[in-house]
Design a binder for this molecule. Structure first.
Ligand code: ANZ
Length: 924
């Protein structure tokens, strides 16, 4: 083979890898394990674009490197294949989502295989496969069957809770439950009906059915999670979203709030992602206390982080949705207050939180009593108070809280300072000022004052210290078709689990993928969507699980994907353990990455897995943006003017498909074929070319800047694509896809290929011993590559390969002892060419069985030194001498140097100073 025929080489090795299944990983206790995971894709109809494989290439490089180091590597791939787009497509076309999903998966797999990934395809999982979601349903059942024991600080079987209730009722139990759970004694419990018992248990179960305020999107006909809603509109499709109360399944993730927070400490993740999770969890340490309403037997409970400011409270503020609002509004305030509540309720929480400028509120007409000083204070309704946080009511301290301050200013309410430094003079509290004008806590520091105030609350039984989390329980159902059915049926209106032996509960067929006429989810259309028990036939749950269900545990299934008895065999799970490197997008910071941590902790609690944190180290790759190209149409004409001349005309820019532009030059014939309607357009050229403008934007179909990896591979090969994606810049950075530099990378591979071939293109390497320079080039590259791989600095490695190949080319080096290790170094990045060269060098086994070359420091040590020689203080000559020479030998060599001789004219100098390894100074 003469030339670097990448097409042939790549096909050959891809089919070799496939046939020999060399990347299949099985438990092997003789080797250390390395579990490398990529966030699995949703197989969309559009296929992969060049941005998608970026992270996969990086992790592929790491896994190949780890194999060379002797690790047993698990590097799987699969599909997160339930989801809305397939369902929307099904609604439009009537095609079953399973069908389109299957087609999309085939295309994805083909595209991924073209890139030469070292995936263990035998471990592939698909979340929409009944054999997979059987176990998603099984985990749901375990959650339903468990409650959170605060004393043991873990999930425990619900049976032990029932046993406790039978003996002692629920007053002594330390369990996480809903706020409004009623108290009962053992006698009560034992006389409760079955229905009542089940109702009570729902307050404790880790997945439960309850009336919840949800984000309802009527255009999509479904509930959305908070992270699927952006500024009051659905993230997909941009449809309006409203707040609505509905019966919904939820996951009691709040039970795990503290563990989710603490667990972050030991994870090797980027600080911004950890911080996002901390903020999402939102831990606040404070106090809860009640204020008696004057003249009514109502108590308003507030949550405050600053109980030390209690003497500065000048009013209470309630969220418009607060349950007491109606009762508190007095007749003389009614019309104004009710009108206000109506408007305020319809603003989303997000708007209310982000909008600090609009100040609105209404006085209820009622008063509350501050138990610390007996003062009567006004009760207001204010939409800056959120219904879903704390108790939905605040004690307002205008002198020391910004929102209270703005509100009080606006409505002319009292502002009373109780800490040194106040809002009035631009100083926030919490900076350690002394408490003043505050009865028995005057003169104290903040901490002490808080402790004293909390003791007072506890003594009077009107409050207590309280830790509050901002995080809410996670809503778990969607009114959609293409998702996992919940393994639940209803008897007497209450949910029961189906038998484990009846799993999987397979998604039924429906005539249409739309809600029913009476607004039921699509499963309402299924015939016989019922469950038969000895007691009769009962309706099954009609909602399905959300997108995040299947992805919350897939990393376990990869370890043992075909197991029909368990979701993973403990032996496999113990061996593979936590993911050693997780690569994926930062956009999952508060969704997937929290939910999977939660499920893992739960599975750990019930003894199903041995780890508490699924992803030990994570890297978030930056997005590859599109580089759009533009042509410039002269307004009102059919003429297009080249970029450099466009300012001479009145033009409008138009996106043009980047695939018909090369190095910013437009292929005019292809343009005409692309837009037949513009086939008769005229082009005003510069230097005979039509040059396009360019801009960096999101990669998207509508901007015609999507680049398909298949096209790059056809033109340059997968090895070039892989190297080039890494060469674009640091992995974590956002960067535009700019093919202008891709030729350089391609040339590098051709140059490397040439090193192993003679001038006639014949493979030829020599068994001669390498010289020092060649060894130095090689070892410099080994050192750099290894350092880069350890630091995940992929772009710099590519640069060092290029330098290495350039140096070896100038040294005309074709020695086996240099070129074998070089092929190994490059093999993680450009595996196809490396395999080919490796086999040409006479190896019968894949290069993945080679060992990573050992770096030897000795080859980098300089043996010679270039001595500057000065004569009478002026630098006159340079002398390269071995470092091993003695002072006398250096002096002798210097004095014999022809240039020095010219100056000394052969006479002995007055003085010679030699600093070995540095300089020579001669005085004549
Ligand atoms: C009195 C006070 C005085 C407060 C002061 C702050 C400063 P974080 O830290 O986010 O937990 N708050 C309580 N519930 C609220 C709700 N549902 N909507 C809006 N605000 C609410 O914030 C807790 C503080 O936010 C609480 O402490 C309360 O105001 C307010 F100088 O009470 B504070």
């Amino acid at each position: 083979m003469a030339d670097y025929n990448f097409q042939e080489i790549e096909k050959k090795w891809q089919s070799y890898w496939d046939k020999n299944q060399i990347f299949n990983a099985e438990v092997d206790h003789s080797k250390p394990k390395f579990y490398s995971l990529d966030m699995f894709p949703y197989p969309s109809g559009a296929g992969l674009h060049v941005g998608h494989p970026l992270g996969y290439i990086a992790s592929d490089i790491i896994t190949r490197y780890k194999r060379l180091q002797g690790f047993n590597v698990l590097h799987p791939m699969g599909y997160d294949s339930f989801g809305l787009p397939a369902e929307q497509y099904a609604i439009q076309t009537g095609q079953h989502p399973a069908l389109t999903t299957e087609q999309n998966i085939q295309r994805y797999t083909e595209q991924l295989k073209n890139i030469g990934f070292a995936f263990d395809w035998s471990k592939e999982v698909r979340t929409s496969d009944p054999e997979y979601y059987k176990w998603t349903q099984w985990i749901f059942m375990q959650l339903f069957d468990s409650y959170y024991d605060k004393k043991l600080n873990k999930a425990v079987k619900i049976d032990s809770l029932i046993a406790f209730f039978e003996k002692e009722g629920n007053s002594g139990i330390q369990a996480v439950c809903d706020e409004e759970t009623p108290s009962f004694s053992a006698e009560d419990w034992n006389t409760f009906s079955e229905i009542r018992k089940q109702e009570i248990l729902l307050h404790y179960r880790l997945t439960f059915l309850a009336e919840t305020t949800v984000n309802w999107c009527s255009a999509l006909g479904t509930v959305l999670s908070n992270d699927e809603v952006k500024d009051g509109f659905s993230e997909r499709g941009g449809h309006p979203v409203e707040r609505k109360k509905m019966m919904q399944w939820s996951m009691r993730i709040t039970a795990y709030a503290e563990r989710l927070l603490q667990g972050l400490e030991n994870l090797d993740w980027s600080e911004p992602i950890k911080e996002m999770q901390r903020n999402w969890i939102g831990k606040s340490i404070g106090a809860e206390m009640v204020f008696q309403v004057k003249g009514q037997d109502k108590m308003i409970k507030v949550f405050t982080t600053r109980i030390d400011t209690i003497y500065g409270v000048t009013y209470l503020a309630l969220a418009p949705e607060h349950e007491y609002v109606d009762d508190l509004i007095t007749d003389d305030q009614r019309s104004k207050a009710e009108a206000y509540v109506e408007v305020a309720k319809n603003r989303s929480e997000r708007d209310r939180m982000s909008d600090v400028k609009t100040i609105s509120g209404a006085f209820t007409g009622s008063y509350a009593i501050n138990p610390f000083n007996g003062e009567e204070i006004q009760i207001w309704i204010a939409d800056y108070v959120l219904a879903g946080y704390g108790t939905g009511a605040v004690m307002a301290v205008p002198a020391h809280d910004e929102r209270d301050y703005n509100f009080a200013k606006h409505f002319g309410l009292e502002i009373r300072q109780v800490i040194e430094g106040s809002m009035e003079n631009g100083s926030f509290p919490g900076k350690g000022g002394m408490i003043m004008n505050s009865g028995f806590i005057s003169g104290m520091e903040m901490k002490e004052a808080m402790n004293k105030a909390i003791s007072f609350l506890e003594e009077k039984k009107i409050g207590k210290g309280k830790i509050q989390y901002r995080m809410r329980d996670a809503i778990f159902t969607r009114q959609r078709y293409w998702g996992e059915p919940l393994p639940v049926y209803f008897k007497d209106g209450l949910p029961y689990l189906i038998e484990e032996s009846d799993l999987p509960l397979v998604l039924p067929e429906v005539d249409k993928y739309l809600p029913t006429e009476d607004g039921e989810p699509p499963l309402g259309r299924a015939k016989n969507w019922t469950y038969k028990t000895d007691q009769g036939e009962f309706p099954l749950e009609k909602s399905t699980m959300p997108g995040w269900a299947g992805s919350s545990w897939y990393f376990f299934r990869y370890m043992d994907p075909k197991n029909t008895e368990k979701f993973v065999d403990p032996k496999n799970e113990k061996y593979w353990g936590a993911v050693d490197l997780y690569i994926g997008g930062a956009e999952h910071a508060t969704g997937h990455l929290l939910y999977s941590r939660f499920w893992t902790k739960f599975l750990y609690d019930i003894g199903a897995v041995s780890i508490e944190e699924p992803f030990q180290k994570m890297i978030n790759q930056g997005m590859i943006q599109g580089r759009s190209n533009f042509v410039y149409r002269v307004k009102g004409s059919n003429k297009f003017v080249s970029f450099g001349l466009k300012d001479k005309y009145d033009t409008s820019a138009m996106h043009v498909d980047v695939n018909i532009v090369h190095n910013d030059q437009l292929n005019i014939d292809k343009f005409k074929a692309w837009r037949p309607d513009l086939a008769d357009a005229e082009f005003i050229l510069e230097d005979g070319k039509y040059i396009c403008g360019a801009e960096v934007e999101k990669m998207s179909k509508s901007k015609y800047n999507v680049v398909n990896p298949d096209d790059i591979i056809e033109r340059y090969g997968a090895d070039t694509l892989r190297l080039y994606e890494m060469f674009l810049g640091p992995l974590e950075q956002f960067k535009p896809w700019n093919t202008n530099g891709i030729d350089g990378v391609f040339k590098f591979l051709k140059k490397m290929w040439k090193l192993y071939h003679d001038s006639h293109g014949q493979f030829q390497i020599s068994d001669e011993m390498p010289n020092k320079e060649e060894l130095k080039t090689l070892h410099k590259t080994i050192k750099k590559t290894q350092e880069d791989l350890e630091n995940h600095s992929f772009n710099t490695s590519v640069a060092s390969f290029m330098i290495c190949v350039n140096e070896l080319t100038s040294l005309k080096c074709n020695k086996r002892q240099i070129l074998e290790p070089l092929a190994i170094l490059v093999s993680s990045y450009a595996p196809h060419i490396a395999e080919e060269l490796w086999s040409l060098m006479g190896h019968n086994e894949s290069i993945i069985y080679a060992s990573f070359p050992e770096f030897k420091e000795e080859y980098l040590v300089e043996n010679n030194h270039e001595y500057p020689v000065s004569i009478n203080g002026k630098m006159r000559a340079k002398l390269t001498l071995p470092l091993s020479l003695s002072r006398e030998e250096v002096e002798k060599a210097a004095l014999e140097d022809p240039i020095v001789l010219k100056w000394t004219e052969g006479n002995p100098p007055k003085k010679v100073i030699v600093v070995p390894g540095k300089i020579v100074n001669i005085v004549i």
